[in-house]
Design a protein around this ligand. Structure first.
Ligand code: MOS
Length: 695
């Protein structure tokens, strides 16, 4: 396998090239794109969790000055049948969840549209619904597979026998609440029809994905749909696959032909139509010998799934690969409920699953009278326990040891609840991080010689705030043997060569491999053809790695937390987090560090704040705003230190990179829960860790 030797740009801490535009407010996001005479769309949403629309009276709304049209299932454009029920909006009178789109108002201004929406009278025939997520339900079922296509269950050895004969055992259940993706930029779209071509300025994690999902619904070829997204204000998974909002906007624009239609979801609406993270209940059983060697690991997961569109989160997948034990089992069971769509949320499955496993590992270390770092090292596998394959690289032990050194772990008093400072109980905790190296096929890049010996690189890649504009240009520059300044990068437009979405932490690896292959071919042509000829180009495709199936490929890390708990009130503070990660080659240390900082901040938020409360009587998240759905803000975050260990991985892809977008959130909540236990002696197994649980 060839690896790149030039490192003029790669590895440099180059600031984001679009940073200046962003802080000056000049970088245009979807809703801000300049269009001529836009109309504004405000959605109508169902107030019941199941049933039918029986009648619509839009007369009062239509009588308002400035209202262009009102549309519901009665007069909405017919869509071609597709396989995603989430996108088949306004195609019947059926209601599958509270908050479902039942129509829209198009008006000259946003204010008029919003006001007119309140004037539409819709009658409903409610039907019984069920939105009650409980672990003792008798209607759990096993999905065919879990996301994206993992086995639902695994079973190796004899877990029951190993547990029965183990010297030390643990059997605990850990629960996590629904969490709701809340990127800073809510989902927003401007849709414009021109004859039989549709343009969408869309807040998305994948322009190619949206293009190919939307086109068939309107009977169009993908080339007839143009999706543009140069800047995206976060997504965390909720902008990977399309949701009803983009279809609603495209439909509306069709109704006011040739006028652009703008739709920006409100923060309230974000809580019911674009997906969120499932609640989980996870039973973990561990059995170990007197030396702390694990004999059995069992992880049984119950999670919710919308009845109208199954979503089977991969909660126990990390448990399959984390630690050595001869007997291992994992299961996933779903309960189908009348709830809004679920989707990916940063490290879907891995984040809640590793909260449970890494909390259990801490409890088990204590039960075995071992330091939790030492306990993990004793159970480090030689080969991937799940596949029997060697790891392409696995630096968990190095991360744990380096983190322990920097956190002065050696001087930690193991007894919980004994360190006090000015009325605060102080504790420290550790947990492991991991994330699989995924690949989403379908990326290609055009690499061409531009005027003045410069180069242009085109790929429908995405920058969702992650640094793609900068990091891909660094990669391309080195692959071309050119200075950073001489490479022009074009991304965020479906007219460019198609690409994987920014999901599953695959972006840099998949897009970068396509660029690597294109640049290599172009260089070969230039070397044989002599003088660079303007317009000379090569198309590179993401060919993946020839080592697929020969190695197990995952990123790893170790997170350490310091937690302070007020003795009298239970108030909890996290003044310090430290994350040491090994994720292959780091292309840009600045933007990579930001990804991990962001992930750990979101992990802190998961640990202490985030919880959607579903009222089973109504079937929706009741706390659907930032006043009541709490996320970590600046004042909640203390010091977060992030560092990478050097890691050469010649197998993952030609670049040696592993994904970093999701790794940082995995393990944080457990590190904090473990530190809270160390501070107080109280084990919280139910997220978030709020003060009432520490009294
Ligand atoms: Mo990620 S949850 O696939 O954006």
């Amino acid at each position: 396998m060839t690896t790149t030797t030039l490192t003029r740009s790669v590895g440099q801490a180059i600031s984001r090239v679009e940073g200046g535009e962003k802080v000056r407010g000049q970088a245009r996001y979807a809703f801000e794109q300049p269009v001529h005479r836009p109309a504004y769309l405000f959605p109508l949403q169902a107030p019941i969790a199941a049933g039918r629309v029986t009648s619509v009276d839009a007369s009062a709304a239509l009588a308002e000055e400035g209202v262009l049209t009102v549309f519901t299932h009665e007069n909405a454009p017919e869509l071609a049948p597709g396989d995603d029920p989430e996108l088949a909006i306004l195609q019947s009178d059926r209601i599958a969840f509270r908050g479902q789109f039942v129509g829209g108002i198009i008006a000259e201004t946003l204010e008029t549209a919003r006001h007119a929406a309140s004037l539409v009278r819709i009658q409903y025939q409610p039907e019984p619904h069920d939105a009650d997520f409980r672990v003792d339900r008798d209607d759990l079922y096993a999905p065919d597979h879990i996301n994206p296509s993992f086995a639902t269950d695994t079973d190796e050895g004899d877990v029951e026998a190993a547990l029965a004969s183990a010297a030390v055992t643990l059997d605990e259940t850990y629960t996590t609440p629904p969490e709701i993706n809340n990127p800073l930029e809510p989902h927003a779209t401007i849709a414009v029809w021109y004859e039989d071509e549709l343009t969408l300025y869309d807040a998305t994690q994948g322009v190619t994905m949206i293009q190919h999902a939307v086109a068939p619904l309107f009977g169009l070829a993908p080339e007839q749909v143009h999706v543009i997204a140069p800047h995206v204000g976060g997504g965390f998974g909720a902008k990977v696959t399309p949701h009803g909002n983009v279809v609603l906007a495209a439909m509306a624009a069709k109704l006011v032909a040739s006028r652009p239609v703008k739709l920006a979801l409100t923060r309230h609406q974000m809580f019911s139509v674009v997906g969120s993270r499932t609640a989980t209940a996870q039973r973990i059983r561990l059995g170990a010998d007197t030396e702390g060697g694990l004999a059995a690991i069992s992880h049984d997961v119950i999670e919710e799934s919308p009845r109208f569109k199954e979503f089977a989160e991969q909660t126990a997948v990390c448990t399959r690969t984390m630690y050595a034990a001869p007997s291992r089992r994992t299961t996933h069971r779903l309960v189908a409920l009348d709830i809004p769509p679920l989707t990916f949320m940063r490290a879907p499955g891995e984040a809640p699953g590793m909260f449970a496993l890494e909390s259990a590992m801490d409890e088990m270390a204590i039960a075995c009278d071992l330091d939790p770092v030492e306990f993990r090292i004793r159970n480090e596998p030689e080969l991937d326990p799940e596949t029997g394959l060697p790891y392409s690289s696995r630096s968990l032990v190095s991360c744990l040891l380096e983190g322990a050194r920097r956190f002065d772990w050696a001087h930690r008093e193991p007894t919980p609840g004994v360190r006090r400072q000015n009325g605060w109980l102080v504790g420290t905790g550790v947990a492991a991080s991991t994330y699989p190296v995924f690949r989403i096929p379908g990326s290609s890049a055009r690499v061409a010689v531009a005027p003045n010996g410069r180069y242009v690189v085109q790929i429908a890649a995405m920058d969702i705030g992650t640094g793609t504009w900068t990091a891909l240009r660094q990669l391309a520059a080195d692959e071309l043997g050119a200075p950073f300044e001489e490479v022009e990068l074009q991304i965020g437009d479906s007219a460019l060569p198609g690409a994987a979405p920014a999901g599953g932490s695959v972006g840099l690896g998949c897009w970068g491999t396509a660029i690597h292959n294109g640049a290599r071919e172009l260089r070969e042509r230039l070397e044989t053809g002599g003088v660079p000829e303007e317009g000379l180009e090569a198309i590179g495709t993401d060919t993946g790695t020839p080592y697929e199936g020969e190695y197990a490929m995952h990123s790893f890390g170790a997170q350490f937390a310091e937690v302070w708990v007020r003795e009298d009130s239970g108030e909890i503070r996290v003044p310090r987090l430290l994350g040491i990660f090994a994720a292959g080659r780091i292309i840009n240390p600045t933007t990579a560090r930001s990804q991990l900082l962001g992930g750990m901040t979101m992990g802190l938020s998961m640990a202490l704040h985030e919880a959607g409360f579903v009222d089973p009587r109504f079937g929706h998240v009741v706390n659907h705003d930032f006043a009541t759905y709490h996320i970590a803000t600046n004042a909640d975050v203390g010091t977060i230190e992030v560092d990478f260990l050097h890691e050469d991985d010649p197998y993952v892809n030609p670049l040696g990179t592993k994904g970093i977008g999701e790794l940082g959130i995995v393990g944080t909540a457990a590190a904090i829960a473990n530190a809270a236990h160390h501070a107080t002696g109280i084990r919280v197994r139910d997220l978030p860790i709020t003060l009432d649980k520490l009294l």
